[in-house]
Ligand binder design. Sequence first.
Ligand code: DGJ
Length: 556
Amino acid sequence: MRMQHPMSHRILVAVAAACTVASSNAQSADPSLPHLVHQDGRHALIVDGEPFLILGAQSNNSSAWPAVLPKVWSAMDTLGVNTLEIPIYWEQFEPQPGHYDYSVVDTIITQARDHELSLVLLWFATWKNGSNHYMPQWMKLQPEKYPNMIGPDGQPVDSPSPHAEATLEADIRAFTAFMGHLREVDPQHTVIMVQVQNEPGSWGAVRDHSPAAQKIFDSPVPSAALAAMDKPDQPNRNWAQVFGRDADEFFQVWHVATYIGKVAAAGKAVYPIPLLVNGSIRDPLDPGWPPRYQVGGPNDNVFELWKAAAPAVDILSPDIYIGETEKYLKVLELYSRPDNPLFVPETIGLGATTRFLFSALGHGAIGYAPFGMDDTRVRTGPDGTPLSREAVYGDTALNCRMLRPMAREVARWNLEGRLQTAIQMEVDPDAERGDSVDRVRYVTDQSLHFDGWDADIAFGTFRRMARTPSQPESPDGRLLIAELGGSRYVLAGYHCRVMFRPTGENEGRPWHYLIVEEGRYVDGEFQADRILNGDQTDWGLVLSTPTVLRVSLYTR
Ligand code: DGJ
């Protein structure tokens, strides 16, 4: 692998400047760079001047090596995603202090271009899942200089201390070199975002109990942390006095976020593209207390601390491995805020869970990426037999096939507030669901409300004239509707049926379809394959397979 010289003078100057303004959020001065825009509390990622929806997948952790990359590209091609999320390992990037090896990142970028993929690169550095395992060997072998935390029992914890100045300086230098390199080699903007660390924070102890950390814990809480948590200025009160039972947790969060905020600010000073931090989230409905969850990352209860301590981080993201629908939807709600674009950088990519992409879009998500989607790993089912590629990739691929051609439209509709979505909830086997033709026609699971029209949605698979809809083994119906204006809509989804109904001053009036077109988006334009009419519309708009419709309605 190619070695390059220690950091240039220009980058060192930038690092020094960034460290002194670590709390300032350097925004992109160059509108041609990937950047975020915000409009009335909604958001979009702009790439090459247009809104961009990340229909992504994340590789497995040990897949970012040239020898195994073919097994990543083969999976991306099967999935049909538009973006790959893949790590950059500090241990590979800086094999000797100050000597950076750009060969792997260059290979990934070049090959991503060959596969027409954008990249979100994941900076696996001080923290990876709460540990220091991706630090270079020369750091691991100097634990006094680059220490881990000490637990309350005086024993070392497998998690780096956020109070270690030497570690912070080394991470800032390496990350700045990495971002500076992206600026030099990526005028095409293949890399559209960077994740700073991976699931930072700690398991095993809530905070560092080393003498140096204890001294800070016993010192007054910084006024910025007080303000973030809506506490009055209390100049002489320490963390325990101000925060009581939350003190250990908030102390750890503040210092992890401050540390990462400095790394992020330094990188952004040389190359200002959007940066995110991902969190191993708490249970959104029943969080309990640490150590039930990882402490230090962007959990929903400490958003304000993160936003205040790390303003150079644009997005706080949830890694969602929760299967229960109610909890999944709650996480999406908690992480989509006027001050925080929703981006799901890791989630489950199998089976009916893939319908949650649509829920995320309903919350204005700028992107979504199932984890571990590459051919380096054999996945097995509950009985231990290997899953087929179709079982592993099939459902995510259906989403991508349907939405990738219209990804920019979806991102724009979301920024403009035109998009709504619905997904099938868990099937109640005892529920009464229509037993006559008329009732079948009008069975409704959910309704979406638009200007002058409601869309009544029933989920399942529908045979014309069937008395009851059939249900798949797992509830997997999904639908998005974009309101184009003038009683015109775009629908995309499957395993659902949609009936429109006039509301407001036209409520109860007879209505019909002016035209229903089935087709696809090509280069930003809808292209119809056929007009649907007769049996294909008289029983509602039935989306049996992944389908994109453009619909125009009128009242008579
Ligand atoms: C969450 C982490 O962020 C990922 O890197 C990976 O370790 C998954 N957990 C589990 O495979």
